[in-house]
Design a protein. Structure first.
Length: 264
């Protein structure tokens, strides 16, 4: 007499998830959601965005003026800080993987426990037996199998891309670590040069304003002005001579004048 019956069995699947950051990338915009994203991954994602923004801002910097150079110095310092923060968060994010990952998919919660370097998902299904042999009929477990297959596919597809992006990121960080200190030193030298040029321009403007004031004042008093520039003991001197002719008698003309000198 044949014997047909159903037997409950535990099934499991190992998923070799080694990077939670890669997992988060894999699930972006997907129906599978990771519920317990570690704070270290949130910090890493924030640091990545700050670094990318700082890098873009730095790369658009110029040294066409003093203000531009000041801005570039600020941008370099911000990029150095962002790079240092990203270095640290990258290390911390990969130091400790969670013992359990909690997912939701199609309204159902799935737990994956970390075991021997992988995350294992376990579920129960009923297998039909006939005279002690499996018939191939299974009840339950279809949603779990669908979830596992989808998760594995998403992760594998994202892993190659993430490895390439991570390699490029490390290369960018290494290049910045090497070049940014020198670039900052060069920018500081350029800024100093611009500041000296600005100071000289301000001094020239001051000299011109004072000269114009003296000449206009002399003109209003009836003086004729003469301007002489000369170098005396390494200093630039500007001498403004004011002269005026005074008629004291009809037949006699007397000249009077003053000299005003400025050192710059």
């Amino acid at each position: 007499m044949s014997n047909r019956y159903w037997e409950s069995r535990s099934q499991s699947q190992n998923i070799p998830i080694t990077s939670i950051r890669c997992l988060v990338i894999a699930l972006e915009g997907d129906s599978i959601q990771l519920m317990n994203v570690p704070a270290t991954i949130d910090n890493l994602m924030s640091a990545e965005k700050i670094y990318a923004s700082a890098l873009e801002t730095y790369e658009s910097s110029t040294i066409a003026s003093l203000e531009d150079t000041k801005t570039m110095q600020t941008n370099i310092e911000a990029l150095i800080q962002a790079s240092d923060t990203l270095h640290k968060t990258l290390v911390i994010a990969e130091e400790g993987l969670p013992s359990t990952l909690e997912f939701t998919h199609q309204g159902k919660v799935f737990s994956a426990n970390r075991t021997a370097g992988s995350y294992k998902i376990t579920w129960t299904e009923s297998v039909e037996l006939y005279d002690g042999r499996q018939t191939g009929n299974v009840k339950g477990g279809s949603m779990e199998r669908t979830f596992v297959n989808a998760l594995c596919g998403r992760y594998d597809a994202a892993k190659t891309r993430h490895i390439s992006e991570l390699s490029n990121l490390h290369a960018s960080l290494a290049e910045n670590d090497s070049e940014l200190p020198n670039t900052l030193a060069k920018t500081l030298r350029i800024r100093n040069a611009w500041e000296r040029a600005e100071e000289q321009a301000q001094l020239r403007n001051l000299i011109a304003e004072r000269q114009q004031h003296v000449i206009e004042t002399g003109d209003s008093m009836g003086f004729t002005s003469h301007l002489t520039e000369m170098e005396v003991e390494g200093e630039q001197e500007v001498i403004i001579s004011l002269e005026r002719f005074i008629d004291e008698q009809p037949a006699d003309t007397t000249k009077s004048g003053i000299n005003l000198g400025f050192k710059f």
